[in-house]
Design a protein around this ligand. Structure first.
Ligand code: SF4
Length: 551
């Protein structure tokens, strides 16, 4: 473990850019409302108020600064009041959009769940969340319709099985992504589980790191398919083997999408597994101390990395935070295969099999989570995983159980051999619950999948379709083959209706790049299946041998 000295606040001798609100440069006075709220009281402190006051006295007793700020430190967001259309999203005051119910995000670091944990989430969903349970594209499970009165009981039940909602949202180190196959994939560079757990123990819920300039997204993985999308995390540790044959990590910083998408940058260092927590501490310390706090939309670490460049970032990390240089290291190998989702049946290194399946657009429910747990148990498995593609994986299936578990999952519409469209379409929460949304997403995406399967039954090329309800890119539109950004559009009758701006040709991996936003390329939500099937048909009929959609 690190010494405290390795994580001391930064010195103050760097050139002072004007007014970005960087703590390390002496700007301690809050420069906006969010910073003021965080300074007034740390987000982690809301937990006791929820237990002692809000859960007892009800929704109306909640302090507005807690309601729209600190609640997030425990994965709680107010839902959008039903019936408010997307045209009002930008013009109404936040309180006019707030419902008295909450979305609750359960963090699942590394996507690792045992069946007891899965069943507890299922029970909470059924008892307190009207049966809702959405798999997110960051390995969490999100519940809706949660009332403040039930939160202490929910926490007690989650915590009894080692789960938590701490820092699932907010300006904090959020869930740490990990490969769902960590420890079982015969091709993995290394198993990052221990480092994920160590970082979780040391940094999550730690008041030293609970007031960051903005959210902080992390990934650690030795996955040969690069399934944790390291290119678009704030910090990512990517498994590599150095010249001496040692397995460790290549360090990436400053990736992120949203309205100013940037790909992460390699620092060119080799991080030994036993150094990972210290290095994580250094990176998050830099973000806390040097991150821009003046403007929320420039506060993610990617802006700092972009301004400094990877060389300066590395120098500050080594000299001010780690107090020692890191050796140079290699870049990751090219990813295995053209899909990163782990859907299907594949051998584990111990002779058993893992079985990945695709619910439609990540939408499950409490009963279905119980069904998954029962099916896994009946087939001798005690572990499941969530993926970063809104999918799940059952581990440790004996060879003679594979056919039976595949049949059982498929009977429940948990498809193990889905179409490309079911497999590679994701959708964010959208207007059903999200206060920032402009359009509906989950039902539109589910309908799109059904239509594409009906119209193009033999299409089997890799093709990602990501559907977002607003420009925030929770469903990663810029790195999809077909990215759909929700907005209001004008239909053929001149009416404003829900629709999408189209981004084409984004990708991660070898040729990582953002999709092209073609000016004027928009569709109404109603015409979406026609539009996408035309695009896919054109690609399918005109592509050359080996040409991907992004090419
Ligand atoms: Fe909400 Fe926008 Fe994120 Fe979708 S992309 S979940 S609409 S903030």
């Amino acid at each position: 473990m690190s010494t405290p000295a390795s994580r001391t606040p930064a010195s103050r001798h760097h050139k002072r850019p004007r007014g970005e609100g960087q703590w390390a440069l002496g700007y301690r006075e809050p420069l906006n409302k969010n910073e003021e709220n965080k300074k007034n009281d740390d987000g982690l402190n809301v937990r006791q108020r929820i237990i002692d006051i809000y859960a007892k006295q009800g929704f109306d007793s909640i302090d507005p600064a807690d309601l729209r700020g600190r609640m997030r430190w425990y994965g709680l967001y107010t839902q959008r009041k039903p019936g408010i259309d997307g045209g009002k999203t930008a013009i109404l005051e936040p309180e006019e959009l707030d419902d008295s119910y909450f979305m609750l995000r359960v963090r699942i670091d590394g996507g690792q769940l045992d069946l007891a944990q899965l069943r507890v989430i299922a029970d909470i969903s059924n008892e307190y969340g009207r049966g809702t349970a959405d798999l997110t594209d960051r390995q969490n499970i999100q519940l809706h319709w949660i009332e403040i009165e039930s939160v202490p009981d929910i926490w007690e039940r989650l915590e009894a099985v080692g789960l938590s909602t701490t820092e699932a949202c907010g300006d904090t180190p959020r869930v740490i992504l990990g490969c769902p196959l960590a420890g079982i994939d015969s091709g993995e560079v290394l198993d990052a589980t221990e480092q994920i757990q160590e970082i979780n123990r040391e940094f999550i819920g730690n008041p030293e790191y609970s007031n960051l300039p903005r959210k902080f997204k992390s990934a650690l993985s030795g996955c040969p398919a690069h399934c944790t999308v390291h290119e678009i995390n704030d910090v990512a540790f990517v498994g590599v083997v150095n010249e001496q044959g040692e397995a460790g990590y290549d360090l990436w910083v400053g990736g992120g999408l949203s309205t100013n998408p940037m790909l992460g940058k390699r620092l060119g260092v080799f991080v030994k597994p036993e150094q990972a927590a210290d290095v994580y501490g250094g990176v998050i310390g830099i973000f806390r101390d040097y991150g821009y706090r003046r403007l929320r939309h420039r506060a993610r670490i990617k802006f700092l990395v972009n301004d400094w460049g990877p060389e300066k970032f590395r120098e500050i990390l080594e000299t001010e935070y780690l107090k020692e240089p890191l050796p140079d290291g290699p870049a990751p190998e090219l990813p295995r295969g053209s899909r990163r989702d782990h859907v299907g049946v594949f051998p584990q290194k111990d002779g058993n099999f893992y079985v990945g399946f695709a619910p439609k657009v990540g939408r499950l429910d409490g009963d279905k989570l119980h069904v998954i747990a029962d099916i896994a148990e009946r087939h001798g498995s005690s572990r499941v995983r969530t993926t970063v593609e809104q999918k799940m994986v059952v581990l440790d299936v004996a060879p003679d159980q594979v056919d039976s578990i595949v049949a059982a999952l498929e009977e429940n519409d948990l498809q193990v051999r889905p179409s490309t469209f079911r497999r590679q379409t994701m959708a964010c929460t959208g207007i059903e619950y999200c206060k920032l949304a402009i359009v509906e997403t989950k039902a539109s995406a589910a309908n799109l999948i059904d239509e594409l399967e009906r119209r193009l039954p033999s299409f089997d090329q890799p093709l990602t379709i990501n559907v977002n309800g607003c420009p925030n890119s929770c469903a990663r539109i810029q790195v999809a083959d077909i990215g759909l950004k929700g907005q209001l559009v004008v239909d053929e009758h001149g009416e404003q209706v829900e629709g999408f701006q189209i981004h084409l040709g984004g990708s991660l991996g070898v040729n990582a790049g953002f999709g092209r936003k073609v000016r004027g390329l928009k569709t109404t939500a109603k015409a979406l299946p026609d539009y996408v099937s035309r695009v896919v048909t054109n690609y399918d009929t005109q592509k050359k041998e080996g040409e991907s959609f992004a090419d």
